[in-house]
Design a protein around this ligand. Structure first.
Ligand SMILES: [Mn+2]
Length: 252
């Protein structure tokens, strides 16, 4: 098994083009090229897309270049895993059959190099997320999905952009809220560590975090909107790094 593994989350590739999206893509593709070059594995821990929905005959054209890049990676033999986040839960057979990604709709336990990883997008874990958990159940219900599919893509994507804009993680959180969310995240991680996992890898919070307890570690991967962070496990150690130009730099 490949023990050279990279983790990213919350890239939030938007449906509309912009200068900042072009910079984000350039950086992301730099990391993807490096992973391909190393023949490493990649875990995308949710919210790669700001919104993804695929139909029998239609996919969102804006994502062509990232899909092509991912296809290059899988064709080169890289193992690429993807978890659905709260923005792109509806990953389907186009992503698995045409692009070759391994889709995980739910949190998953996975063993890498003799260490056990619990990998989750981690949406809906906060106390204040009660309303969100109800909405999530509705949005992921097969009946809702079947109904949504009957809407013309032009209208469906306009609707989704609106909802997605509203649910976007606020970048205006104050330091106190951030600290509280980080604490809740660590409490959640500690419960998973007790289930005998060595690493808990999370996304969603956009709060780069490495919290070690003895040999065990709780991680939040940060994001690709503000931090451009990624996790790297080399078979023995885990590091959270940020992608700056072509260099790897450690932030913890
Ligand atoms: Mn999320």
């Amino acid at each position: 098994m490949n023990e050279n593994v990279y983790f990213i989350s919350d890239v939030h590739l938007r449906l509309m083009e912009s200068a900042s999206e072009a910079v984000k893509e350039k950086r992301l593709f730099g990391l993807f090229d490096e992973i391909k070059h190393q023949g490493a594995s990649l875990w995308i821990v949710g919210d790669l897309f700001d919104f993804w929905f695929e139909y029998k005959y239609v996919i969102p054209r804006r994502y062509f270049s990232v899909l092509r890049k991912l296809k290059e990676m899988t064709e080169a033999g890289c193992d690429v895993h993807i978890l659905g986040g709260n923005h792109d839960y509806w990953l389907g057979s186009f992503i698995s059959n045409e692009i070759g990604l391994k889709i995980h709709p739910s949190p998953i336990g996975y063993s890498i190099g003799g260490k056990s990883f619990f990998i989750t997008h981690a949406d809906g874990i906060l106390k204040k997320d009660r309303w969100y958990r109800i909405m999530r159940w509705i949005f992921r219900n097969p009946v809702t999905i079947a109904l949504f599919r009957t809407i013309h893509p032009r209208l469906a994507f306009a609707l989704a952009s609106k909802i997605s804009g509203k649910s976007r993680h606020s970048s205006t959180r104050d330091a106190e809220t951030e600290a509280q969310e980080r604490n809740e995240l660590i409490t959640y991680g500690q419960a998973r560590l007790k289930e005998s996992y060595d690493y808990v890898i999370t996304g969603h919070f956009h709060l780069p975090t490495v919290h070690s307890e003895g040999e065990k570690t709780i991680v939040n991967l940060g994001d690709w909107m503000k931090y451009f962070t990624f996790g790297h496990f080399n078979g023995q150690d885990f590091r959270l790094c940020y992608w700056k130009c072509e260099e790897f730099q450690q932030i913890e």
